[in-house]
Design a protein around this ligand. Structure first.
Ligand code: SF4
Length: 279
């Protein structure tokens, strides 16, 4: 059996940085993360065991002045940031710099008189946070249907940005539809390179594989997209969280097996799956 492990599998720069910031902060006292630091149950559990607690509500009574609150890599809205400041907590901002850049873009472009279009999933925390930095009308578009129906009668000038983990080809298709509507458009492809590279490599490996394994948390949007891309190339694509979810006997009956993993999948889990397939 031939096993190919994607070079781009696992933690991206932003997630590695955010997780490290939490571990570094443990030494400073009580630490809370606003939402799970990443979409990976294993990592969140390990942090819990070290006393790091997750809060989902900024009105949480446990947020006493001086405790540390980690803002995760997805970022938060301006209103949430200001609320944390008012509560007097120590804010440790682990927002990925690539996401921060989008916050700045939408704010600046809005002040420049452009309505904002975010290509992405309206309910994803990253998109919710980006919306929270917009100072002009904002629309989120995820599907062809939404792009077809899009109409902003209040403004002729648009700025289009993307959720960092959005599929590049789908982004291009949606932008093309909006471009035909006669607006003056400033389009900024804010898809993160890490995502693009991971998707391209996964597609290439899956196209040659008899079985493809995609490792990542159930709620991780970038892992779900990786799965979608691989499944299109390779019918036998398996979405697993850990080695326990994998039917090894089935995988081992295949000639060529590919492995990739989402941006929030820890290295030890990838290694475990890789080794088990090689055995
Ligand atoms: S995928 Fe890119 S934008 Fe998102 S956290 Fe990772 S490095 Fe940052």
């Amino acid at each position: 059996m031939n096993v190919t492990l994607a070079k781009t599998a696992g933690f991206c720069f932003g997630v590695k940085r955010a997780v490290q910031m939490v571990y570094d902060e443990i030494e400073h006292g009580t630490v809370y993360t606003y939402g799970p630091i990443i979409h990976n149950e294993e990592v969140v559990r390990d942090l819990e065991e070290r006393g790091v607690l997750v809060i989902d509500d900024l009105d949480d009574a446990r947020l006493k002045p001086g405790v540390s609150v980690i803002v995760r890599s997805h970022g938060i809205s301006r209103a949430e940031y200001e609320k944390l400041e008012r509560r007097g907590v120590r804010i440790v901002d682990a927002t990925c710099p690539f996401v921060k850049k989008i916050h700045r873009i939408v704010e600046e472009q809005g002040r420049d008189g452009r309505s904002i279009v975010i290509i992405g999933n309206d309910h994803h925390p990253e998109v919710e946070a980006i919306k929270g930095w917009c100072v002009s009308p904002v629309t989120v578009i995820e599907s062809i249907d939404e792009a077809d129906k899009f109409c902003d009668s209040t403004c002729e000038n648009l700025c289009i940005v993307s959720q960092t983990t959005f599929n590049y080809n789908k982004f291009k298709d949606l932008v093309e539809i909006i471009s035909k509507k006669g607006y003056d458009i400033r389009c900024l492809n804010t898809i993160c390179n890490a995502t693009e590279e991971r998707q391209t490599e996964a597609k290439r490996i899956a196209a040659e594989a008899d079985a493809m394994i995609v490792i990542g948390g159930r709620h991780s949007s970038n892992t779900q997209k990786l799965f979608e891309i691989c499944k299109n190339e390779c019918e036998n694509t398996y979405y697993i969280q850990t080695l326990d979810d994998l039917d090894l006997a089935q995988v081992k009956s295949m000639g060529n097996v590919g492995i990739t993993a989402g941006a929030s999948t820890p290295n030890n889990i990838i290694e475990e799956v890789h080794k088990a397939c090689l055995k």
